[in-house]
Design a protein around this ligand. Structure first.
Ligand SMILES: [Zn+2]
Length: 81
C-alpha cells in the first residue's frame, strides 16, 4: 500500500495517507479556499482559471469524521465531541 505524507486541509495536522483512499478537498492556492467560495463564505461561479490552478488537498480521517457528523446534525454548533 502506497503512503504519502501531507498536511490536512482542515486542521493542518501532518498525517500519512494512502493516495488512493484519502479524501481530498479542491483548494485554490491563491485564496486558500475552494474555487467558487468567496472570502465571505458565499458562493459564486468558479472561474475556469481558479479551477485550473486548484489542487487537491488531503483531509485527515478526523476531519472527515467531523464533517460527516456536521452534515448529519445539520448544525455545526452542535457539540457531540
Ligand atoms: Zn484534519
Amino acid at each position: 500500500m502506497a503512503t504519502e505524507t501531507g498536511r490536512c486541509y482542515g486542521c493542518r495536522r501532518v498525517f500519512t495517507f494512502d493516495p488512493a483512499e484519502v479524501t481530498t478537498f479542491l483548494v485554490d492556492p491563491e485564496t486558500g479556499r475552494p474555487p467558487g467560495i468567496t472570502a465571505l463564505g458565499s458562493l459564486r461561479p468558479a472561474t475556469p482559471d481558479a479551477v485550473a490552478r486548484s489542487v487537491d488537498e488531503p483531509v485527515c480521517p478526523d476531519c472527515v469524521e467531523r464533517a460527516e457528523r456536521w452534515r448529519e446534525t445539520g448544525n455545526p454548533l452542535h457539540r457531540g465531541w
